[in-house]
Write a protein that binds this ligand. Sequence first.
Ligand code: ADP
Ligand code: MG
Length: 316
Amino acid sequence: MILSVFICLVLTGCNEPAQIVDCGFYFDTYVQIHVYGEDKQYLKECLEICESCDKLYSAHDPDSLLYKLNHGESSDYSALYPLIKTSKDYNDLTGGAVNPAIGAVSLLWDFSDKDNPSFPGSGNIKDALIHTDPSSIILKDNNVSLTDPEAKIDLGFIAKGAVSELIRDHLIEKGVKSALINLGGNIVVIGSKPGGEAFTVGIKYPFSGDVIVTVEVCDAAVVTSGIYERNFVYNDHFYHHILDPETGFPVENELLSVTIVSSDPTKADALSTACMVMGMEKGLEFIENTDDAEALFIDNHYNIYTTSGFPKYEYQ
Ligand code: ADP
Ligand code: MG
């Protein structure tokens, strides 16, 4: 009996570290950090990382460094260099599907209030499209500048992934072995749950609160891009926040969402948005030929398509 009590205690994991959680609101989204451990200081540091990144990368906050760059102020922009460089690399890698210079157009759209949609107007979009050439972003001497004074950088397609990667690296450096970082649906997990089990992450059924597929992951990022959260209806037409860089209007294809699993959170964020722009066929082929990335696509009939390596993550 003593033995069975002992086994029971081990199985229920009474020696496992407790889960500590903290939340905040950054990047216009809810942030939740779960760490298995005791030290609440780590949580505080993670939220500080969010705060300082918001002050770097926000295209909307007049106090952010990116806002200053976008509005022609002269300053030292070296703190923006690494992520803008990475964002340009993804522009090349995806054949232009994601474009960090889309700001002149994307910042005309406002998806913050579904009930009071503000439609930017086709003429304005057409005029702004001329100012979305990624080659107007100059990366030189560890600094960033814009050759076109009307051009604006939007890091919305990649920033949450990059910040979650910074948080992950910070926690790993502090010795954390088990954690889950959730930046508004961009999920990154460190290690496995304290008992050794994988973390389970639910992929949302688009336009409903339900879960359509559950994945089990360790040391990975699970990032979804979709048309079902930031959108509005105007003159009976549905508009959402993932834009076709060619037209400046929301992409119109068969996709409702794309989820990427990768060990690289920045890659998962950039490529989930890129696949939404590419569409099902091109997107599937692109991820099939990309290292360290698997994808799940949901189309407008709620059919699910995956890359060949994705099923190994699916919870059976
Ligand atoms: P979420 O912010 O919902 O996680 P994404 O990572 O897919 O979604 O990023 C969408 C954001 O990226 C948009 O809100 C906009 O700021 C920006 N964006 C939209 N379309 C493009 C595009 N084709 N290339 C680069 N950025 C884009
Ligand atoms: Mg993205």
